[in-house]
Structure formats: structure tokens, C-alpha cells
Ligand binder design. Sequence first.
Ligand code: NAD
Length: 411
Amino acid sequence: MRSSEAVELYFTRAADQLELAGHLRKLLLTPNREVQVQIPVKMDSGELACLIGYRVQHNRARGPMKGGLRYHQEVDLDEVRSLASLMTWKTAVVNIPYGGAKGGIAVDAGKLSEGELERITRRFIDAIHDMIGPDTDIPAPDMGTDHRVMAWIMSQYNKYHGFNPGVVTGKPVEYYGIPGREEATGRGVGLLTTKLLQRLRRKSEGATIAIQGFGNVGTHTAKFLHEAGCRIVAISDASGAYYNEEGIDVPGALRHVMSHEHSLRNYPAADTITNAALLELEVDVLIPAAIGGVITGENAPRIKAPIIVEAANGPTHPDADDLLAKRGVTILPDILANAGGVTVSYFEWAQNRQFYRWNLDRVRQELDKTMNMAFEEIWDLARERKVPLRTAAFMLGIARVSRAAELTGLA
Ligand code: NAD
């Protein structure tokens, strides 16, 4: 099953619960615009590479479209399409005034020099600058991109359209960014993990956690949960997975990646296991925080964690979702769990437009409030309608987007 079909299936389950009319289903499933562009770029070797970039604008009923930019070798149009759709439901779930979009370039960001990364980014913006803008479509970081890439996007966009920091979020704090954006997704994941544990009458103190992916989201999730008293027993990245039954020394692991080109390779204070084995560990909470599609019908029967918190986008295939639900596993879905990033992106965008600065305390306070509110709404809806949290989250998102579409006269 392709990624976009998986999202469509989750959408349909929620739409059935809402008894959504056929014409609205069609409208909400069809992307507004999909663009594929050629990115010719001179590499350090002197060779001319021709990369492919995508931007999919899914829905704009609730506001300018918003979504990250992913640089990864497996990026293709179908994946970007599914991620753009998830952004539409996610922004609606946390009730921020945006629609959904996503972009990506099929390239292994880990193999690029800083100069190559910058040239690729600027050429990509040359190709799509007319599509994006603070009132139309606002990119942000995702896998393989970070605050440096966002700064280059702003600078390249400005060459065509004049100074406008609100065209992109996730920028460096010293360059029109907002304090707390970098940690926001991981903080939201951590916060809702402790909240969910509490709701399920389990203690955070000493709860065992396995986290797949130790990039932006994985590191900040680990830090938050470590500080909350959880025991992080396994972490991983593209180099492999690392297990320590006594608990990983999270500050030590963070120092290791900082001094080893953002990689856990050769991390000494743990046993080495595979990324596949990490998913099957006997832990209280499993947190996929890397790529999509890692929990499948094949490995789901071997997954032992009673709670899964989807920090990554689309980590669970629908057939695995069904198998796990039957076994009583609670899944906190991506469109709620990882919505902290887009929430603080919204604060950054609002700040940029007002030329007003928020401090870290205020950002954290507002983020926590937004995440808590969305969690409560979805928890209550799930209980009331006797549906899984994922279906409840899609129901809330779809209800808000379809109402906006009706109000604007689109439906
Ligand atoms: P990142 O590039 O900073 O980190 C990705 C991590 O995953 C790295 O540690 C990488 O080594 C690891 N990884 C890559 N392939 C892997 C594999 N096959 N097995 C195990 N680990 C692997 O990316 P990120 O921003 O942390 O994003 C991670 C996930 O979170 C993505 O699914 C992304 O869409 C989602 N997400 C990110 C944000 C954000 O604000 N950055 C917001 C919402 C959702």
C-alpha cells in the first residue's frame, strides 16, 4: 500500500464516523496543487547533478498552507502527497489557522557538503518561489533540513519578493526565528507521552522507553522524557540502534552526537542492536521518530510495547494499526503527537508578521496549552464515540476543515 493510500484509508474511517457527504470527501482528498521541478546543481566534484524536487499544496480552506521540506533519498511524489494531507489534518487538530502542504527533494542529505546543501536549496527556491509566500504556503524543517536551510530559503525568496521573514519557519533564532522551535516537536511528543501514561494509569517515573531516530525530534523527545524521570533504554539512528537496560545516559548520548557529525555511530555506553530489534523491545512506550512505514503487518505481531507514540509521520501501516488495536495497544497518532513543531512554527510566523518577540517561557507555555487542549478534545471524542485515538484525531481535523470549506462556499 502506498503512503497516500494509507492516509486515505485513515481519512475514510473517520469520514464514515462523521457520515461526511461524498462531494466533501472528494474535495478534501484531492490535493490543491502538485508540482515537480528539476533542480540542476553543480556538485563539489564539478559534476552537474539533476535532482528532482516536489511541493504539494493539499488544502487551504483554513488558511495559508503549511508544511515541512524533506531531503531524503526515498522522497517521491506519493510520499510528499501523503505528508501534505497529514499536514491539513494536523493543523486543524491543533486549531491553528493553516492548511496543509509538504515538499521534498530526493537526495541523501547526509552525503552533501554544506555548500552543496545551500546550492540545492537556493536552486529549489528559484523553481518554486512563485508558489510559496507568507500568505500562501510556508515551508519549515523536516528530515534532512534544519535552521540553516530555512535561512537560505528566506534569503533566496527575498531576492525575488523583497524582505519577508514570514515565508518560512524554523529559522535560526538570531535570524528571525523563535526560541523553542527546534525543541518544539520533541517537547510536544514528550509532554503527550507523559499525559497518555497518566491517563492509562501508568507512572512516568521509571517508565521504559525506546526511541527510533535521534535527529531533531528524537533527541528532544529523549531529553524531555529523561528529565521527566522515564528510563530511555534504547535509541537509534541510521547508523544502528543502542540498548542499555539500565537506561541510556541521555546527556552523554547528546554529547556523543554533537561531537560525531550528528551520528550515534560507535556510541560506547550501550549494546548495539538493529533498528528492527529496537521496535520489538519489551518497553512501556515505543516512539518511532525517524522515517515512515516502519511498523508493518509483518513486525506488528512481535511488537511488545502497550503504547506507541508516533513522533515520525506515518510510521504505522494500516494493517499493523488494525493488528495492534485488536491487541489493545494504544497508539497516539502522528497528527496529534508531533504537532508541536507546526504549532511553534505558527508562533514564529505570527511574530514575524508583528515584528514582536516572544521569550522561551511564553513559547513553552503556549505550546503546552495548545497540545494539552488538542489531547483532551481527542481523548474525549475517542471515549464518546468508542473509536481509536487516530480515528478521533482525523474526525476532529476533518470536521474543522470541511466546515471551513463549506463556510468559504467551496462545498
Ligand atoms: P532529522 O533528519 O533531524 O532526524 C532523522 C533521524 O532519523 C536521524 O537520526 C537519522 O539518522 C534517523 N534515521 C534515518 N533513517 C533511519 C532508519 N532507517 N532507521 C532509524 N533511524 C533512521 O529529522 P527529524 O526532523 O527529527 O524528523 C524525524 C521524523 O519526525 C520525520 O518522520 C518527520 O517527518 C517527523 N516530524 C518532524 C518535525 C520537525 O519539527 N522536525 C515535525 C513533525 C514531524
